[in-house]
Ligand binder design. Structure first.
Ligand code: DC
Length: 212
């Protein structure tokens, strides 16, 4: 089990996908489950401040919901961060993630609380981060590629607000696990980040854990 945590657009998803491909483990982007619940709440016309309505959706979540279109939209990301503050939503979604992670051959899961709450006994934990402006630049470019025209200042503000909400919430806030290895991606490209992380995985799990 490999945990990859960190803030928005730090490169944790890209790293987690690459680690899964190189180790043969399954990959789960846990942000997508919070996004899927947000989309279901929005579609049902429920209020994202209504904990009961949100947790009912979280309990009913199935894998197919993660394939819904539009989950990567900025609006869904902000709403996901709001519903993720509800304790009962997190409780239901932690169960979903544990079921996924315990299914052989195991998994690489990226998110905010994987190494601290979901799998505190993960074999290897990474905390991937980068300077907030570098992350906003990446996010802005990503949105432009998807045809969402947004002002850079708005992206920077939305990202900073989301960071703050994810860090300051009472239940399972985003934080670095004491035994996590920090990778700062501000000046590294995806290939360099992956090589660095794969070296660490080899040290922890043995050379045979990484496919050539
Ligand atoms: O990683 P992302 O941007 O797709 O995540 C969307 C939101 O979901 C994020 O702002 C907070 C929430 N989230 C969470 O609380 N815990 C996780 N493990 C993953 C995501």
């Amino acid at each position: 089990m490999i945990a990859v945590d960190g803030p928005v657009a730090a490169g944790k998803g890209t790293l987690a996908r690459e680690l899964a491909a190189r180790t043969g483990l399954r990959h789960l982007d846990s942000g997508m489950i919070y996004r899927a619940v947000a989309a279901l709440v929005l579609e049902a016309g429920d209020d994202d401040g209504d904990e009961q309505a949100c947790s009912r959706m979280a309990e009913r979540l199935v894998a197919a919901d993660l394939e819904r279109p539009g989950l990567r939209d900025q609006e869904i990301g902000s709403m996901a961060s709001r519903i993720a503050a509800h304790r009962d939503v997190r409780r239901a979604l932690v169960e979903f993630q544990r079921r996924f992670g315990r299914t052989p051959p195991g998994a690489v899961i990226d998110g905010r609380d994987i190494g601290t709450v979901v799998f505190p006994d993960a074999d290897v934990k990474f905390f991937v981060t980068a300077h907030v402006r570098a992350r906003a630049t990446r996010r802005h470019r990503e949105l432009a590629l998807r045809g969402e025209t947004t002002d850079f200042g708005d992206v920077l503000q939305e990202l900073s607000e989301r960071d703050r909400r994810d860090r300051e919430r009472a239940w399972a806030p985003m934080r670095q696990a004491d035994d996590a290895i920090v990778i700062d991606t501000t000046t590294l490209d995806a290939a360099a980040v992956a090589e660095k992380a794969l070296d660490i995985v080899r040290q922890h799990l043995g050379a045979a854990s990484v496919l050539s």
